[in-house]
Structures are given as C-alpha cells and as structure tokens.
Design a protein around this ligand. Structure first.
Ligand code: PLP
Length: 456
C-alpha cells in the first residue's frame, strides 16, 4: 500500500485518494470501476478531435492496396483476399454461464470479436502492428520510385524490393504480441528488425521471432524500460524506424480500421446498432493504442450508440489511474505502490499512453479492473462453453457485460446513459484480443489453472 505521505506528480498520495476515491481501490488491488465524468455527446467530442473518419478510411485504403501482397506471402490470408480480419459471433452458452456464476441476468446479447484468431500473428496487434510496418514499407517504396500507388502491390514480394527494404531497419519495444506482429511482418518484407522485449515476455515468443530471423534483445525490467532503450538505440540510426507503441498515430489508425470491418460483419448478421440498439464494447487495455484505436473507430461509426470501456488487471490499471487522476502518462502504477505483475502479459503495462488517454477522454464511457484469477476462470469457462481458447489478457473484456447490468459496478452508468428498456436490445461486444499463437502445452496450463479456480 502506498504511503499517504508519498509525493506523486505534485500531490501527496493521501490527497490523490481524497480527490479521487477510486484511486484507493486501485492501490488496494480491489476490483473496481470508473465512469468517465468528461465524456461528451459524440458530435461535440468529434468536432474537437484532431483525428477524423477520413483518417480511418485512408488507413483502410492502404490495407486494401497491400491485400494482394499479403495474400501472396501469407497463404492463411488468401481466403479473405489478403485482408487480415477475424470473425465475430454470439456466445449464448457463455452468456448463460456468466449469468449463473454471477447471479445476474444479462440484458442484451453477448458477442465476441475473435482477434485471437487474426491471421499472421494471432492477436489484436495484427491490426496496428502490421499496419505500421506496411505503411513504413509503402513510404520507402514510393519514395524510391520503384512503386506507384496504382501498382498491384504483389510486386513487393520480388527480390529487388526485399533488397531495398534490407537497407532499412525497424525496431519496437514490446511485452510480446506487438513484437510478434512487427517482427513477423518486417522480416517477411526484408527489413532488418529488432524487438526489445521485457522480462515478462514469454520464451516461446522470443523463440518464434528468432526462428524468423528477428533480432530479440532481452531486458530484465518491465515494458517501459524495453521501450525506452529501444527508442534510444533507434534514434541514433537514421535508417531505423521505431514503432512507438506509446505515441504512434499510425498504430492507432491501423487498429481503428477494425470498426469499419465490424460494421459490415454486424450488418451481414442482421445486428443493428442505433439509439434503440446500443453497442457496448469491452476492450482489454495495456498501453492503450489497440483498445483506444478500436474504440475510436467504433465511436466514429456508431456515435452515441457506442459505449466503450477499457478493461485492465488489478495489478496493472495504468489507463484507469491515468484517466481517473487526469494525469494520463504523467503517473504510473508503480508510483502508487502497484506492482504491475500480472499473468495477463499483453496488459502488463505500468504507464498508459498519454496520447490515447488524452485523445479518448471525451469518447470513453469508463474503465474497470479485474483480478488475474477471474481472467483464468473466464478462460476455462469460455473454453468449456464455446470451445474457444484465449490467452488470459483476452478475457479481461468478458466480465464487462456483468458489470454494466443494474446493481453492478457500472450499472448506474447504464441507467443514466440509456433510455429505459433499451438495455435489453444491447449488443455486448467482448473484444477477445489474443490466444491463437499460444503453444498447446502453455494453453493447457492456462486452462487447468482456470478450471481449478472455477471449482473453488
Ligand atoms: C497488446 C494487447 C492488448 C492491449 O493493447 P494495448 O495497445 O497495449 O492497449 C490486449 N490484449 C492482448 C492479447 C494484447 O496483446
């Protein structure tokens, strides 16, 4: 527990807690929730936002240009014509399990967005991470005069392009999944690529990257140090592009494209989103770029009908701490005596992106935290109910549909935000952010742990 006399970002800990009582829950590692008092009506929020819908369309068009190349070099994307996309579907059996276990009837229907099953790198990072590498490659290829916007980008697989890209390098700091996406994509194009990995990154991820010719640098410390060191090394090399997970608008827009694709998928399945049929999205949050980008896209498409929540582990609630105190990236969880140790390695981030916290302030509905044990329990329950196997991080969103029900931690938000009776028409979209690349034995350990916890 943080000492009340500790001085943090201009105030004593006791004063932070007095001003923002939820900080006391965070320090006590208690599961808690925060409703954003600064959320604005969508039109007002969008009018003041420096990023626009056109920016998302620009990113989507770039991904379309690369589709023939991706279909050629990653056969697993051939079926979708080189578009990296995941299925979305209802999970009625899991909904029943959640209702029974929590003793709470859930009004509305729970759906899951299976970014866990995205091709190439099996996590949400296959959106933003791969997009930023592709944009970098396009910039270089266009500048060289060897590529034109109207060309069929399948030519990028040819040797002279690999030779061009091999003169450049790409670097990134990562807890794992971002490193996988950046590493696999960069190596495929022919870039020299270095992934700076924190201590909590899994061995299998390091092994997989090395097997693809990626240079992996390991750090004994956490994610922020890996990023800081990576950024420093990259800055001294003019031919190196550093993928800045904390500040990159490119990553952010790559993630946002998900919303355009989702809208088409929902339309095709007859799911309406409007004032009478709200969409609740529950997004596992680490540094914030992935869930922030997706939430941005959802708000741009669905406006006031979309209600977006960040979900974080009780041991790494960096976004909630930053947003609740209004300090964004000026504070980290360690400042408040929170250890940033979680089994949800995609979410093991102590300091959130200041860019995302600031940009998303008028759009987000709120944040909540949950314990690692709950993520494991949900992991096993989902596997049993729906035969879907996710990594622990990807379960953070699964508790959201319980929390937004009347009487629960976020129930007051729902009652204030929705016209009476509309919660029953809600789509609760749980964003499942990763899992497909996890080796079988590792997944079996996750499942066994969750199963044991679920029986307690
Ligand atoms: C990275 C990641 C997240 C969160 O994305 P951020 O951009 O770090 O907020 C969530 N789940 C998984 C599995 C991830 O790999």
């Amino acid at each position: 527990m943080v000492s009340p006399d500790k001085y943090i970002a201009g105030r004593f800990a006791a004063d932070w807690i007095a001003a923002y009582p939820v900080v006391s829950d965070l320090c006590a590692l208690k599961e808690t929730a925060w409703v954003n008092p600064d959320k604005l009506p969508f039109a007002q929020a969008a009018a003041a936002c420096p990023l626009t819908f056109a920016d998302i369309e620009d990113a989507a068009a770039r991904l379309e240009r690369f589709a023939p190349y991706l279909a050629a070099v990653f056969p697993e994307t051939a079926a979708t014509g080189g578009i990296i996309e995941s299925p979305v579907r209802p999970i009625p059996r899991m909904q029943k399990v959640l209702e029974e276990r929590s003793g709470t009837p859930i009004a509305g229907q729970i759906w899951v967005k299976l970014d866990s099953h995205l091709p190439i790198s099996g996590s949400i990072k296959a959106r933003g991470g791969i997009y930023e590498v592709l944009k970098t490659a396009e910039d270089i290829a266009l500048h060289s005069g060897m590529l034109h916007l109207t060309d069929n980008y399948a030519v990028l697989a040819e040797e002279h392009f690999r030779k061009l890209f091999s003169q450049y390098s790409i670097a990134v700091g990562s807890t794992g999944n971002l490193g996988l996406s950046i590493g696999i994509m960069s190596a495929k194009l022919g870039f020299q690529v270095t992934v700076h990995m924190s201590a909590d990154a899994r061995q299998w991820k390091k092994d997989l990257l090395r097997s693809r010719g990626v240079k992996v640098v390991e750090y004994a410390s956490d994610y922020s140090i890996a990023v800081t060191e990576g950024r420093k090394l990259a800055a001294s090399d003019p031919y190196c592009h550093f993928v800045d997970d904390e500040n990159s608008k490119t990553l952010f827009l790559g993630y946002a494209v998900a919303a355009l694709r989702l809208k088409k998928q929902l339309d095709a399945q007859g799911v309406t989103v409007d004032a009478e049929h709200p969409l609740f999205a529950y997004l596992p949050c680490g540094v914030g770029g992935g869930p922030g980008g997706v939430a941005f896209g959802l708000k741009m498409l669905f406006g006031d009908a979309a209600h977006c929540f960040f979900a974080e582990p009780t041991h790494s609630p960096c976004m909630m701490l930053g947003m609740a105190t209004g300090e964004n990236s000026s504070v980290c969880v360690q400042d408040f005596g929170i250890d940033n140790r979680t089994a949800a390695d995609g979410l093991a981030v102590g300091r959130a992106s200041g860019f995302v916290g600031g940009l998303m302030r008028p759009f987000m509905s709120g944040c909540y935290t949950l314990q690692d044990e709950r993520m494991y329990t949900l992991l096993a329950q989902l596997a049993d109910a729906e035969d879907l196997y996710l990594e622990p991080s990807a379960l953070a969103g699964m508790y959201g549909p319980v929390l937004t029900q009347p009487g629960q931690l976020l129930g007051a938000y729902t009652e204030a935000a929705l016209p009476a009776g509309t919660l029953a028409n809600a789509t609760h979209l749980v964003w499942a952010t990763g899992g497909n690349m996890v080796p079988r034995e590792e997944m079996q350990r996750y499942y066994a742990k969750g199963k044991a916890l679920a029986q307690q």
